[in-house]
Design a protein. Structure first.
Length: 137
């Protein structure tokens, strides 16, 4: 059974973190000092989330730009269809499910208190399914 991770943006958009997405992510998060990118050390901030969505959506639309992705995300947030934590939940579940690594990373919220981050801790076991954010098929 393959689990799909979908964000309802301008239309349902399926996130796929394949090798092409990982090339983008590795380049973006790479240390530049020759060290290999390590998924286990992925520390995500709110600022990184649009890029991760962009990397996961490129498989179905190579003409999609990072700026367009941010506009789609902002539209979903402003309309009330999604909030940032829902987007983060779907993205992190997709990344870890498709990489085969158990989800352990947490969001490092620059503006949120440590208590809020702990309250909204992100683990595969502890987060509820988000509307149409993920589907079994």
């Amino acid at each position: 059974m393959v689990k799909e991770f979908v964000l309802e943006l301008d239309r349902p958009r399926k996130l796929v973190y394949d090798f092409d997405a990982w090339d983008l992510i590795s380049e973006h998060f790479g240390t530049g000092d020759g060290k290999e990118f390590d998924l286990d050390s992925l520390n995500i901030t709110y600022r990184d989330l649009p890029f991760l969505v962009y990397a996961g959506l490129r498989w179905e639309d190579e003409s999609l730009s990072y700026e367009q992705t941010k506009k789609l995300l902002n539209g979903a947030i402003r309309s009330g269809r999604l909030d940032i934590m829902q987007i983060l939940d779907v993205v992190m579940k997709a990344i870890f499910a498709q990489s085969g690594v158990k989800q352990r990373s947490e969001l490092k919220a620059e503006a949120a208190s440590a208590e809020e981050v702990q309250k909204n801790g992100l683990t595969a076991e502890g987060t509820p399914e988000i509307g149409s954010g993920s589907k079994e098929s």
